[in-house]
Design a protein around this ligand. Structure first.
Ligand SMILES: Cc1cc2nc3c(=O)[nH]c(=O)nc-3n(C[C@H](O)[C@H](O)[C@H](O)COP(=O)(O)O)c2cc1C
Length: 312
């Protein structure tokens, strides 16, 4: 339900084009957190991406670096963050906080006939991603959830362990804020009161998101709550959004409603699965070209000009 609602929210909005504006010098460069990115969009964190694309986290992060957009690496990833950081030093990291336990977090694939059939019936993935990873890097493990290495990806016995996460509260964020002097962003905000709370604690940014409709089905689509959240905190923090971005026009619609920056998850993950880092670069180029063309048709030359006036 939420996954369809994410798209429908974009489809409801319409543009009003402008004609005969000289837009020959337009630019979509956007500065957030003291860095000027080439586009107002980045790559959202996608867990266990190295299972769907060979060395997925590295493919996504290096393509983003080459194209000068941000990529967020998931804490639920199969490659150590140090490895990704060495390949693409400006990569952001999405931390999953382990609550109060230190046992292994896992979402293991269970060996079964069905899994074997799935693998055999997808030979390109079996050879190009799974076997290639196994041969060159050994069995994948969850690497970044805890101080020690997590459970293997393929396991008959490991269980998903999220124990203690329901204890997490704003006071944990406050204590992280005290210890972490780098940029701190909270992803998954859908309520203006939570946005205010995040600002009060001193976070540097928020990502308005229902995680692509993958968590609470029925959760409201971020685009619909974006205006009220921007009204509440838009001048006090960097408001970003994701969930449902598929086209350049979607990027501009979100910016028109007040977001400073957006992220997309599935589109870049699909690109990585099909074409590795070059596939991701291609996808970034497609989205960037659409943003560029649409800005021209809307008579705008800079991202700061994108506001409600471009909408019907
Ligand atoms: C397969 C998959 C895995 C994901 N894993 C994570 C994750 O580990 N951490 C996280 O914060 N969000 C995760 N997300 C959510 C994305 O970061 C993002 O919010 C979402 O994909 C945006 O919606 P979109 O796919 O419509 O662009 C995941 C999404 C997908 C599709």
């Amino acid at each position: 339900m939420s996954i369809a609602a994410n798209r429908a929210a974009f489809e409801r909005l319409k543009f009003r084009t402008r004609v005969l504006v000289d837009v020959s010098h337009r630019s979509q460069q956007t500065t957030i957190f003291n860095h000027t990115y080439s586009s107002p969009f980045g790559i959202a964190p996608v867990g266990i991406s190295a299972i769907s694309a060979y060395r997925g986290d590295i493919a996504l992060a290096t393509a983003a670096m080459d194209e000068n957009i941000p990529a967020i690496m998931s804490g639920s990833s199969l490659i150590p963050m140090e490895t990704v950081q060495a390949a693409a030093p400006r990569t952001w990291f999405q931390a999953y906080l382990p609550g109060d336990v230190r046992t292994g977090f896992s979402l293991p694939l269970r060996p079964s006939l069905r899994l074997a059939m799935d693998g055999i019936s997808h030979p390109r993935w079996l050879l190009g991603t799974f076997a290639r990873t196994l041969i060159h890097h050994g069995m994948s493990h969850f690497e970044n959830s805890f101080a020690t290495r997590g459970a293997p990806m393929l396991s008959a016995s490991a269980v998903r362990d999220t124990t203690g996460r329901d204890h997490l509260s704003w006071s944990d964020i406050a204590s992280i804020r005290q210890r972490w002097s780098g940029n701190l962003v909270i992803k998954g905000i859908l309520h203006a009161d939570d946005a205010r709370r995040a600002v009060a604690i001193g976070t540097d940014g928020i990502i308005v998101s229902n995680h692509g409709g993958r968590q609470l089905d029925g959760a409201v689509e971020p685009l619909s709550v974006l205006p009220q959240i921007c009204d509440a905190v838009g001048d006090k923090t960097v408001v970003m959004m994701d969930s449902g971005i598929r086209r350049g026009g979607d990027v501009l619609k979100a910016l028109a409603l007040g977001a400073q920056f957006v992220f997309a998850g599935r589109p870049f993950m699909y690109a990585a699965a099909v074409g590795g880092a070059s596939g991701v670069r291609h996808a970034i180029g497609l989205l960037r070209d659409e943003v560029d063309r649409n800005m021209a048709m809307l008579g705008t030359v800079a991202i700061r000009e994108i506001g409600r006036a471009i909408l019907a």
